[in-house]
Design a protein around this ligand. Structure first.
Ligand code: NDP
Length: 608
């Protein structure tokens, strides 16, 4: 196949390329799949501790609130903000971290930033009047924005910080959730919203000797600035004499490797699968231009991004990033090659051509930047772009031209073992003073393990049991048998993974509307009917556009680590069949119609 890209002419032998992709994938397939990872519990529990804040002593709470929100990340915050906007005041956030922010509280690693454009990623920009400083903002600014939302909407007032929920139990007789925590709290809530996020629990690679290393080690989501010196925005001045090792080359590692390379004496990067690294082209946002935006601009930008990112048409690409670029290429090729025929094979072919073109460019970019040919070869990703989280960075690849940086490519096998003084790969020992795990977060494991607590609904049924064969919800939010409970997340709703917060804002709006309506009709119990939930799940299962399930992909959390992809895995990541834009329109109409179709609002007889 010959591809005429906008600024390049690339020749791709599809058959050879697919053979190479399969060969690289096969190297990485492991029989243990998700079981290869270890939970940071027991002797690894210290790796989960909060390195940033020592919890202040306080008395346990035994009161009653209208809505308890589990998690103070953007999911919890935008839900809390919309509840407040709807006049529901007695809201309590319970958050394990010492402050709100969720992922942006925990992930303070150097170089942390969001590679989704701030104009759409940062929620409630118009409500808070905040102008992002750059197209892609750094983590400290994102965390500050989380604090801004909490302050503006009074969400700190009743919050329990440095507090982990240990269980949620539905008390049917009193129509209340009983919330227990690791700080001795046992309080009651009429409603609970769970904004615990999909990337909440760090995981560790199950490498033999994981606990053998005698030097300091930590996970990227618990950065040890006491050891490294510096801060997210200043150089890590204690690293100058140290040999640092980092395990992992995912979206997190590619951001923290450039500052580590700048500050450490030597940096050893242990790679199992290279990420695809496209250019980012960050730039400052011009205040004069920002001031010209009309009210309602953020909704327009969100709609524009979601439309283009999912293959739709718009007069202008407002966000202009890597996500909208690849989507428009695919769309334009489908239009050019397939026209209006809706021939699925031809559409699939156009999709493959666009992907091959993109990934060929990504590999050519490695050659153009990385000087040493063997290093460049090892940094090239051999898989389709959406097999793994696409990454965007303008300094990562350049880092491998530094003399103090060593790429230790494990040929897809991973680190062999760890001992007291360092790391073994392919029979060679790498002596280290400090070891960093950039090994990611629990995604495909069961619900109890990922959330860290159990939710017990009516008749003692747990959410883990209820979801043993995959998520079952109405709109991703409501679960039959779990009255007055809301799940805040993308799955089974819009499922727009390129901009997670837009899913969360919609959930927040919907939850606020449901809770306000329950108050207006004096309902004690709100529950999705069994039929409505089953119908929604059936609708999702009929989705021919289900994202997950490419068995040819290199293993990762997008495809159950290369393990079998059955109904459970598909349900966990499914979205509305007509796509995110259609879902946003659908859910807006659903919540504003006043019918709340599928939900039952039950008014209990009041005691005389
Ligand atoms: P990932 O799960 O993406 O990466 C984990 C890394 O550890 C992979 O490179 C993995 O290799 C490697 N690894 C695991 N086990 C071993 C082993 N035994 N030996 C060697 N290497 C090993 O986690 P991240 O924290 O990087 O990213 C998680 C998610 O967080 C991203 O997908 C993204 O959604 C989000 N994120 C978003 C950002 C943003 O800008 N919006 C920034 C950072 C993160 P392998 O690939 O072979 O499995």
């Amino acid at each position: 196949m010959t591809v005429n890209a906008a600024n390049s002419e690339l020749t791709v032998d599809r058959t050879a390329l697919r053979a190479k992709y399969r060969e690289e994938r096969d190297k990485r397939i492991r029989p243990d799949g998700n079981a290869q990872y270890i939970e940071p519990i027991g002797k690894f529990a210290h790796l989960l501790e909060d390195p940033y804040v020592t919890p202040a002593p306080r008395d346990p709470m035994h009161d009653d609130v209208t809505v308890a929100i589990v998690g103070g990340g953007f999911g919890g915050l935008v839900t809390g903000a919309h509840l407040k906007l709807a006049g529901i005041d007695n809201v309590r956030i319970v958050e394990g971290g010492g402050d709100v922010g969720g992922a942006w509280y925990w992930n303070r690693y150097p170089g942390a930033m969001c590679d989704t454009a701030a104009m759409i990623y940062l929620p409630m920009l118009e409500e808070t009047g905040h102008m992002p400083s750059q197209k892609y903002t750094m983590a400290p600014e994102i965390w500050e924005h989380a604090q801004r939302i909490a302050t503006q909407f009074g969400l700190y007032d009743n919050a329990l910080l440095s507090t982990e929920v240990t269980a949620l139990r539905w008390d049917d007789a009193n129509a209340r959730w009983v919330v227990t925590t690791n700080r001795g709290d046992e309080f009651r809530a009429r409603f609970v919203a769970m904004g615990t996020g999909p990337l909440h629990r760090p995981k560790l690679p199950g490498i033999p000797g994981l606990d053998a290393f005698a030097g300091p080690c930590f996970h990227t989501s618990r950065w040890d600035y006491d050891l490294t010196g510096g801060s997210p925005t200043t150089p890590m001045n204690k690293l100058a004499p140290l040999r640092v090792g980092i395990i992992g080359t995912g979206a997190t590692a590619i951001q923290c490797i450039p500052p580590l390379a700048r500050d450490a004496r030597e940096l050893f990067v242990f790679q199992r699968t290279p990420s695809s690294i496209d250019e980012r082209n960050n730039h400052a946002i011009d205040p004069e231009w920002f001031a010209t935006l009309e009210p309602g601009w953020q909704r327009e930008w969100l709609f524009n991004f979601a439309t283009l990112q999912t293959g739709g048409f718009a007069d202008e690409d407002l966000v202009k990033d890597g996500w909208t670029d690849i989507a428009q290429r695919i769309r334009d090729r489908i239009v050019a090659d397939v026209g209006e025929s809706f021939d699925m094979a031809a559409i699939e072919g156009a999709f493959q051509d666009s992907d091959d073109e993109k990934m060929t460019e990504i590999r050519a970019r490695v050659d153009a930047i990385v000087a040493e040919p063997a290093t460049a070869a090892a940094l090239k990703p051999w898989y389709q772009q959406l097999c793994k989280r696409p990454c965007f960075h303008d300094e990562y690849l350049q880092t491998f031209n530094r003399p103090n940086v060593h790429l230790v490519d494990t040929e897809g096998q991973g680190v062999e073992r760890i001992d007291e003084t360092g790391v073994w790969v392919g029979g060679a020992h790498y002596e280290l003073d400090c070891l960093i795990f950039a090994s990611g977060f629990e995604v495909g494991t069961n619900y109890r393990r990922r959330s860290g607590y159990e939710t017990v609904g009516r008749d003692g049924v747990t959410l883990t049991e209820r979801w043993a064969d995959g998520l079952q919800t109405l709109h991703g939010l409501h679960v039959h048998g779990f009255p007055n409970l809301f799940i805040v997340g993308p799955s089974q709703g819009a499922n727009l993974i390129s901009n997670i917060t837009s899913n969360l804002v919609e959930s927040g709006r919907t939850i606020a509307a449901v809770v306000a309506y329950a108050g207006a009709v004096d309902a004690d119990v709100v529950e999705v009917t069994e039929v409505a939930e089953a119908d929604w799940v059936a609708l999702l299962e009929g989705n021919p556009r289900a994202f997950m399930g490419n068995p040819d992909c290199t293993p990762g959390y997008y495809n159950n680590e290369g393990g079998p992809i059955g109904r459970r895995e598909r349900l966990n990541v499914s979205g509305y069949p007509l796509g995110p834009v259609a879902f946003f329109e659908f859910i807006d109409a659903w919540r504003t119609s006043g019918d709340f179709e599928g939900l039952e609002f039950r008014v209990r007889p009041k005691p005389l």
